[in-house]
Design a protein around this ligand. Structure first.
Ligand SMILES: [Fe+2]
Ligand SMILES: [Fe+2]
Length: 451
């Protein structure tokens, strides 16, 4: 939305949202009849839209031309610059709405006096503004994520050589709290490859902060942390015991077999984390999270470590960390296996909830993160592809999305905002791995211009 001469302009408004006396500036989405148009359709268009301009795709090129110059086989993209004598096609009333529906015109750019803005359109305007501002924060947050990656790597390198200095981590977390947004870093985590140790710690801490405090707010439970900073620190340092492992094992891109010596060494990291954090005089909750985040509900499972006999030794906060740790590991691309998209990672964990992960904590996590976490790429029922931008309400299947590639496979520079709660003729049909579709998925997400 933008404003011109005291009028509000809205893009991509569907017929359902058109109200009396709105003025249509452009027709911008059409049904299949206007794809590779036949002679009869063109004749009708030329007759009724004499004097307007059209944008069409011809031979894979976008052309702007007089409507009279449309040719058979062209695909209509837009009709615009209506002359004043065409008011019957631009000023909205019930008769026009019926006609537009009958003719297969689906979306419009409209103008209306500000005082007549409806609640729904105002909500749409606010959402678009908030999402563009969200996208605008990605670069800064990505830098902060990279800084965090370096801080934890340098801490681990020093600790390996016997120098344990937590000062840099504490400084980084102060900086993280003033300059980063857990929502934005969580979205970056859905879109960007992560290593298995350092960026992993930053992503886990961001997702943990976002989800934990959301759960606290929704359930009304009291936070077990003294402060937000305490929660970030505890999740950020959860794998710190990896600093006691040989670097070549830690940074290896090989997937170690379950019975290998290296695998056993990796499994020793939670115990080493507990030792190190206790020595550093960190609190019991932080120590519990680092020591037990790989313990499964069924403690006898081979993948449950360290070997303890009682799952109840895990704090509730540790049970949540166990889920987020696996979720991030699946979504962050590992060099030895294919990455998972967020929705498929959630489906995988859902199958294991109960046996491996605490069921109640899983349900709280899932309630918070949604079926399609922000940054997920999805295919819609009209064959276009969209990024999930927000999960505003209870219906997890119908988030707010922004179209990035249209049904014809063209990448867009202006990205249509769709609130699936209201656009009932569209739905999500598939989740896709953004990193499979785009070489630089984060770059594509950062370039979104939502309207
Ligand atoms: Fe771990
Ligand atoms: Fe971890």
């Amino acid at each position: 939305m933008n404003t011109m001469n005291g009028y509000s302009i809205y893009n991509n408004i569907s017929l359902n949202d058109c109200t009396e006396n709105m003025v249509i500036l452009d027709y911008c989405k059409f049904n299949d009849k206007y794809t590779s148009m036949d002679g009869a359709t063109i004749k009708w268009l030329i007759h009724h839209f004499n004097g307007t301009k059209a944008q069409v795709i011809r031979d894979n090129k976008n052309l702007e031309l007089e409507t009279v110059k449309i040719k058979q086989g062209d695909t209509l993209v837009k009709i615009f610059q209506f002359p004043t004598n065409l008011r019957k096609f631009t000023v909205v009333n019930q008769k026009l709405l019926k006609e537009l529906e009958f003719r297969g015109f689906l979306k419009f750019k409209v103008q209306l006096p500000q005082k007549t803005e409806s609640k729904k359109l105002l909500e749409r305007k606010r959402s678009i503004h908030a999402l563009n501002s969200f996208v605008g924060k990605i670069d800064r947050n990505n830098t902060s994520r990279e800084d965090g990656t370096k801080v934890i790597e340098s801490f681990m390198d020093n600790a390996r050589n016997g120098k344990v200095v937590i000062k840099d981590i504490v400084h980084y977390i102060d900086d993280f709290m003033s300059n980063s947004s857990p929502d934005v870093i969580s979205a970056i985590a859905s879109l960007k490859a992560s290593d298995q140790t350092y960026a992993h710690c930053v992503d886990v801490a961001a997702i943990y902060q976002k989800v934990y405090f959301d759960i606290i707010q929704k359930t009304g439970r009291k936070s077990a942390f003294q402060s937000t900073k305490h929660a970030i620190l505890a999740s950020f340092v959860h794998d710190i015991g990896k600093s006691q492992l040989p670097k070549e094992i830690l940074d290896s891109t090989t997937r170690f077999k379950r019975d290998s010596k290296e695998y056993k060494i990796i499994q020793s990291h939670p115990a080493k984390s507990m030792e190190l954090l206790t020595k550093m005089k960190l609190d019991d909750l932080t120590v519990n999270m680092s020591g037990f985040h790989h313990v499964k509900v069924n403690t006898e499972m081979e993948s449950s470590y360290p070997k303890i006999d009682c799952y109840s030794r895990l704090e509730k906060e540790t049970k949540l960390l166990a889920i987020i740790d696996v979720y991030q590991s699946l979504v962050g691309k590992r060099s030895y296996k294919k990455s998972w998209n967020p929705a498929s990672a959630l489906r995988y964990i859902n199958v294991l909830a109960g046996d491996e992960f605490d069921l109640e904590t899983w349900e709280e996590f899932y309630e918070s993160i949604g079926l399609y976490p922000v940054g997920s790429l999805v295919r819609l029922s009209d064959d276009s592809m969209a990024f999930v931008m927000n999960n505003p309400e209870k219906d997890k299947k119908r988030p707010q999305v922004s179209i990035v590639r249209n049904a014809k496979g063209q990448d867009l520079t202006n990205n249509e905002f769709i609130d699936l709660r209201y656009e009932k003729d569209l739905s999500i049909v598939k989740d896709i791995d953004a990193q499979d579709v785009f070489e630089d998925a984060l770059g594509v997400f950062t370039s979104l211009r939502i309207s």
